[in-house]
Design a protein around this ligand. Structure first.
Ligand code: NAD
Length: 476
């Protein structure tokens, strides 16, 4: 499955400068591959290819686009193990997490195969003039897609599938830490029948220059980004010059609230999923735990027990639950969050010590009585560290949960549905997990409010990010 060149117009090629960069296996710290690095000239070639492929693809019948996407789902599904292995090798996550991601990634092809034939429209009478109002959806144009390293497959397919369903060509810039998975997907798309030039992949170690260059090309109409809020903000500035259609899936700082009437087993199970899926390297990861004082002792001991039962090691070993973090910087940041919280008075229930040796490992860690002023309460931890606080009052916990510039996802555990729904509706978040630790679903609109982003991926909304509404006022 190993491809290490750029993928432009259906061909493998080196970049204009011949420059390459290394991809590191986070478990062994060894070089996994040396990958071609795209320059702005390569961006231009990819745009030429995308432009050439555009009109034919946009004119194809939705059913034809749908069937190609459906085939991509079937082909990818037949190779989930291969994808999972590659994801683990370049990202580090454990095999179970990698299989979960590969399955989720493939599902976007199936979901958007189904959505491709369901674009909505409208014809009606204008109330005053009596003219006909005709409303239809058209492909928005060439889309530049920029994705992060934490889900090397799924963050790409969550954009590629709706773009193709809508009739748009794409140029994808995968994260420099994990470009191999996206490159490995290309032969599958070819086999499924995706024409040359429609999907182009440009790994690059000069992401800023390359993406900014493409966003200033008049042929580009959409920028769809998943990554940090800081980079998202920069891309929004770049996108402003050509007034591009932006879709931004940015950072999170998810609160997880356990009320005194929660089913504690369900809460522990949900908390494990919300915290430890992808070893905490997820924008949806529970970052701040608010546990009602009455159930805090029971929750803390059961949750700590569940965290302690996880095995840490090289994710390629299928018995391992928790792999290494993606790189040294991420691991060191997690360690610094823990040291800061402890210095500010947190208790260490589990873990909390950075291991020596090879690989960017950090153990599952549970901190209790974490101060509101700790860095880990105000910033994304992005690692296997749970920061527990307590609360007494519903009003107070809602206020604390909303006290962040982020608004991606929140989790609520309560068996009192009247209270649960009241709290969910008052949380300033794009998504809420109610008695569940997992919200991601290709059939649901994924996305955040406030500085967690703009737009939605998946669901019925996902394709709209790649479509423009046209209204025709007609008389006949
Ligand atoms: P990042 O913002 O550092 O990088 C994301 C992508 O942007 C990478 O491909 C990177 O090479 C590229 N990039 C970096 N600087 C750039 C620039 N100046 N111009 C253009 N491209 C640039 O994020 P990351 O560290 O890869 O991922 C972690 C972040 O992603 C976290 O904040 C996480 O919350 C967020 N994330 C969000 C979602 C979501 O759906 N909301 C999903 C996954 C990850």
């Amino acid at each position: 499955m190993e491809h290490t060149q750029l993928y432009i117009n259906g061909e493998w090629c080196d970049g204009a400068s011949g420059d390459r960069f290394n991809v590191i296996n986070p478990a062994s710290e060894e070089v996994l591959a040396s990958v071609a690095s795209a320059e702005i000239e390569d961006g231009d070639r990819a745009l030429d290819a995308a432009q050439a492929a555009y009109s034919d693809w946009a004119a194809r019948k939705p059913r034809e686009r749908s069937e190609i996407l459906r085939k991509a789902w079937a082909l990818m599904t037949a190779r989930l193990e291969d994808f999972a292995r590659l994801i683990t090798l370049e990202n580090g996550k454990a095999h179970t997490d990698a299989m979960g991601e590969a399955t989720y990634a493939a599902e976007f092809f199936r979901w958007f195969a189904e959505e491709a034939v369901r674009a909505d429209g409208l014809i009606t009478h204008a109330p005053a003039s009596g003219a006909r109002i005709i409303v239809q959806q058209k492909p928005a144009g060439i889309a530049v897609l920029v994705t992060p390293w934490n889900y090397p497959a799924a963050m790409g397919t969550r954009k590629i599938a709706p773009a193709l369903a809508a009739g748009c060509p794409v140029i994808i810039k995968p994260a420099s830490e994990t470009p191999l998975t996206m490159l490995a997907l290309m032969p599958i798309l070819e086999e499924a029948g995706v024409p040359k030039g429609l999907v182009n992949v440009l790994p690059s170690r000069k992401s800023g220059r390359l993406v900014d260059h493409m966003l200033h090309d008049p042929r580009v109409r959409v920028i769809s980004f998943t990554g940090s809020t800081d980079v998202g903000r920069k891309l929004l500035h770049s996108a402003a010059d050509q007034v591009l259609k932006p879709a931004m899936e940015l950072g999170g700082n998810a609160p997880l609230i356990v009320f005194e009437d929660a089913d504690i087993d369900k809460a522990v199970q949900g908390a494990m999923l919300a915290k430890m899926r992808n070893l905490g390297e997820a924008c949806t990861a529970a970052n701040r735990f608010y546990i009602h004082e009455k159930v805090a002792p029971a929750f803390t001991s059961r949750f700590t027990e569940a965290m302690a039962a996880l095995t840490v090691g090289n994710g390629i070993d299928k018995s391992v639950d928790v792999g290494p973090l993606v790189n040294a910087a991420t691991r060191d940041k997690v360690a610094a969050f823990v040291d800061d919280a402890v210095a500010k008075g947190a208790g260490v229930e589990l873990g909390g010590t950075r291991p020596d040796g090879i690989g960017f490992f950090y153990p599952p860690t549970v901190l209790s009585n974490v101060s509101e002023t700790s860095d880990c309460v105000n910033d994304e931890i992005f690692g296997p560290v749970a920061a527990l606080q307590t609360f007494v009052d519903e009003e107070d916990v809602i206020e604390r949960a909303n006290n962040t510039e982020y608004g991606l996802v929140a989790y609520v555990f309560s068996e009192d549905m009247k209270r649960a729904m009241r709290v969910c509706e008052r949380l300033e978040y794009g998504m809420v997990g109610l008695n569940r630790g997992l919200v991601s679903d290709p059939a649901a609109p994924f996305g955040g409010v406030k500085q967690s982003g703009l737009g939605r991926e998946g669901g019925h909304e996902g394709m709209k990010e790649f479509m423009e509404t046209q209204y025709i006022s007609a008389e006949w």
